[in-house]
Write a protein that binds this ligand. Structure first.
Ligand code: NDP
Ligand SMILES: O=C(O)C1=N[C@H](C(=O)O)C[C@H](O)C1
Length: 252
């Protein structure tokens, strides 16, 4: 049995997690944290410091403004934590790195299996193409998303840059740029509209040939399930400190 606290429990992802946890007998939502309270089957608090329920792990899908304090409180309570919030500042990312030395901490801008497999594919093809192909990333999300570009677009860009001979400068949109589009740049473009759960396309454009890799999230269930798998993984490692491999994705 895994006892879970969800930070951001009333948000889109918080509600998705509630559904997933309630559908499984091996998981219990012992408490939620959010800015407001509602009538729920589980207790809800405004901060982890107020939570007295016994928990094995915290899962966070909230907002940058909430993450640093949450991580400090996880360290104080020695609670493993899965951080899925994107749009984190450099200071917050630094805090995650430091905290991961004392508590099990898993961070990824994208909890889906598909994006994590895509990263491996991109790292294989990039060395063969980077000298002759421009690389551009286009991401599409729902119109309520607070950060742009998406954390996943940055994660994909960093994964490409990590294996590139020449480190590429990120260009966010191309307004006002002369149309040279040199090979040492990588364009990252954000589209916002409707209810799109998330789509990422990486385009390798060469002379007379184009390769495109596209991942489409058809529901938020893939992110909730990935976060729950991460929670189970770090809980098993609780007996020792782990600097999880995904934490490396925040070293930009
Ligand atoms: N890593 C991954 O795989 C995924 C990551 N995400 C990321 O997760 C985050 C949440 O996404 P989503 O659920 O769509 O966003 P929502 O805005 O729907 O939900 C966020 C929730 O967190 C609450 N919140 C905001 N600030 C605080 C705070 N200071 N303390 C406690 N709660 C707070 C919000 O309250 P209020 O409504 O009052 O602002 C809201 O209830 C985003 O950063 C998103 O990019 C999303 C999907 C997948
Ligand atoms: O806000 C979202 O919805 C999503 N955010 C994450 C991101 O910024 O990459 C992951 C996913 O694409 C959905």
């Amino acid at each position: 049995m895994l006892n879970i606290i969800v930070n951001g429990c009333f948000g889109r992802m918080g509600q998705e997690l509630q559904e997933e946890i309630n559908s499984r007998e091996d998981l219990t939502l012992v408490a939620g944290i959010d800015r407001t309270t509602e009538d729920t089957a589980f207790p809800v608090y405004q901060s982890l410091a107020e939570v007295n329920e016994k928990a094995d792990v915290v899962i966070d899908f909230s907002h940058e403004s909430s993450v640093a304090t949450l991580v400090d409180q996880c360290v104080q309570k020695q609670l493993p934590v899965v951080i899925a919030t994107t749009g984190l500042s450099e200071e917050t990312k630094q805090k995650l790195n430091e905290a991961s030395r004392t508590i099990p901490l898993f961070y990824s801008a994208n909890m889906s299996l598909g994006i994590n497999v895509l990263i491996e594919a991109l790292q294989k093809v990039t060395p063969a193409l980077e000298e002759d192909f421009n690389i551009e990333i286009v991401e599409k999300h729902h119109n309520k998303k607070k950060d742009a570009p998406s954390g996943t677009a940055l994660l994909l860009a960093d994964s490409i840059n990590n294996v590139s001979q020449t480190k590429k400068e990120y260009v966010f949109g191309r307004e006002g740029k002369e149309n040279e589009n040199p090979l040492n740049e990588m364009g990252i473009h954000a589209v916002r509209g409707g209810t799109i759960p998330g789509e990422h396309t990486v385009i390798y454009a060469g002379n007379d040939e184009v390769l495109e890799f596209k991942h489409t999230a058809l529901s938020r269930g893939i992110f909730a399930n990935g976060a729950l798998k991460a929670a189970e993984f770090i809980q098993k490692k609780r007996s020792r400190n782990v600097l999880n491999e995904r934490i490396t994705t925040i070293k930009r």
